[in-house]
Design a binder for this molecule. Structure first.
Ligand SMILES: *Cc1c(COP(=O)(O)O)cnc(C)c1O
Length: 494
């Protein structure tokens, strides 16, 4: 399996190289040239999560030996996860919720990021790369902590996380700035997620910077979903949840179902799209946006237009205007025409928008959900089913009800549940009628736990007593110097 840059299809690399580099030198995203197929779904019926991961990922990571891949998967999916199955599929009314938040940091990013360091180690071996790795990561809240947890104390790797200073939840921020480990660095960026992400992408393509790091014995990689090694492991849970529903006799094998995905950087839903291209019977993929409705506008108008202000919402991991992985969808829609894809991306840079000539795949539906609708959704589902949704999941749930209203489609539907409600306690508590007035984060957590009779995850509770270790702040313009300073110090920069 070869990977090509979305901006130059003649530039092709192996899986290992794609994972190591994270982003192509021309600014494009490495993308598999073809999507492999799984036609025999019966064979998946007898597999557990890890076996399924092995089956699916071996089709993509063809230059990593099967034995090494098995080892990587075993190391990733161990008792860091509080459920043996890694992900849970639970029934709530007529819907199924695919709970992806039972990993160490309580967000779906754990599923892929637990595996990434092990894939990276294999990639280093395969390519005979001798330099150390510096992982540059922009986070809208959840990737940062999940990446820090997965890379902490990994030899020969330094990880730098840039989070938007005012754009993440209090718990998300605390999770990051209390991170231990001598190879971890956390920096607040003045601005929003788009500023942080654009800053990181610019660094990854800054030749002078790359050379400077090279001289210090470093190469740059990324833990964001621009890295194909982050994206591919996310395909697995779509297959897994489908097979789980078959085993629970909720659907027949080969029956088509819908998935609703709360979407930000377009990584999770792109993994679902790849799963459907691989042969998973998917009828509709509903792309759920919060008030940042750039994606729902895109699916309705064929124009991607970033000439708008970013709105800070209660679902911060979806407060994104430039969704990186759309570029991979464009490449697909443009039938692997990288010149056209590059032209689209140049238009975006120059004019802040582009319009597609080709039609977007029919499998997609899209809705944008307001803050008020999010609140109502959390309240309604709690009241009716005693099921607690975090704000991101609530956006997806509400998108489903809008889809249902519009289409009356009764196909079995899975709502992808991306975070624990205890990570966003303030919004969740106030939505179900708990007063948060004059209470600190931990008092609200206690109150939420008492009212709903659900335990606060231990690692969230313990944040209360952990020392703040990271206080660095940077602007978009000083990100480069900040990284250089960190490496020069050669130790933690606080
Ligand atoms: C990252 C994240 C999302 C958005 O996922 P993308 O792959 O960026 O589209 C949604 N919900 C939560 C809780 C997240 O952390």
């Amino acid at each position: 399996m070869k990977y090509v840059s979305t901006r130059n299809k003649d530039y092709s690399v192996s899986a290992s190289e794609a994972i190591l580099k994270g982003l192509a030198e021309d600014g494009g995203l490495f993308t598999p040239v073809t999507i492999p197929k799984i036609t025999d779904l019966e064979s998946l019926l007898s597999m557990d999560y890890k076996q399924m991961a092995h089956q699916i990922l071996s089709l993509y990571l063809s230059d990593i030996s099967k034995q090494a891949l098995k080892q990587a998967i075993d190391l990733a999916y161990d008792n860091k996860f509080t459920t043996n199955e890694i992900v849970n599929v639970v029934e709530v009314g007529d819907l199924a919720f695919l709970e992806l938040f039972h990993g160490p940091t309580f967000a779906f990013k754990d599923v892929a990021l637990s595996l990434l360091p092990h894939l990276l180690k294999q990639a280093l071996k395969n390519t005979n790369e001798k330099r150390k790795i510096i992982i540059l990561t922009a986070t809208s809240g959840d990737t940062g902590k999940a990446a820090l947890e997965s890379f902490v104390d990994v030899n020969d790797v330094d990880i730098v996380v840039f989070y938007p200073k005012e754009g993440v939840s209090q718990i998300q921020k605390r999770q990051m700035i209390t991170q231990v480990g001598s190879n971890t660095h956390v920096i607040g960026v003045k601005g929003n997620f788009d500023d942080a992400q654009q800053g990181v992408k610019a660094l990854m393509n800054d030749e002078q910077f790359i050379e400077q790091l090279n001289q210090q014995g470093y190469m740059i990689s990324s833990a964001n979903s621009i890295n194909i090694g982050r994206l591919l492991p996310q395909i697995v849970y779509y297959f897994y949840s489908y097979i789980n529903l078959v085993k629970q006799h909720k659907i027949n094998l080969y029956e088509k179902i819908n998935y609703v995905v709360p979407t930000g950087n377009f990584g999770n839903i792109l993994a679902a799209f790849y799963a459907s291209e691989m042969g998973l019977p998917i009828s509709k993929l509903v792309c759920a946006s919060n008030e940042n409705n750039v994606l729902s506008d895109f699916f309705h108008t064929n124009t991607y237009n970033i000439n708008r202000k970013l709105i800070v919402t209660s679902s911060p991991s979806m407060d994104i205007i430039v969704s990186s992985n759309v570029e991979r969808l464009l490449f697909y829609v443009n039938k692997n025409n990288s010149e056209l894809t590059k032209k689209n991306m140049d238009d975006l840079k120059l004019h802040g928008k582009y319009t597609l000539k080709e039609k977007l795949p029919k499998v997609f539906e899209a809705f944008s959900i307001s803050e008020e609708e999010t609140t109502q959704a959390i309240k309604e589902v709690y009241k009716e089913h005693h099921y607690l949704m975090d704000p991101h999941t609530a956006v997806a749930y509400k998108a489903y009800t809008k889809y249902l209203e519009k289409t009356k489609d009764t196909t079995k539907t899975v709502v992808v549940s991306t975070a624990s409600p205890f990570k966003f306690q303030e919004k969740v508590a106030s939505s179900i009628g708990i007063s948060t007035h004059n209470k600190d984060d931990f008092q609200v957590l206690e109150e939420l736990s008492k009212t709903t009779n659900q335990p606060i995850p231990h690692s969230i509770l313990s944040l209360k007593d952990q020392a703040i270790l990271h206080t660095l702040i940077s602007t978009k313009e000083t990100m480069k110097q900040t990284v250089i300073d960190i490496l020069e110090k050669g130790k933690k920069h606080d």
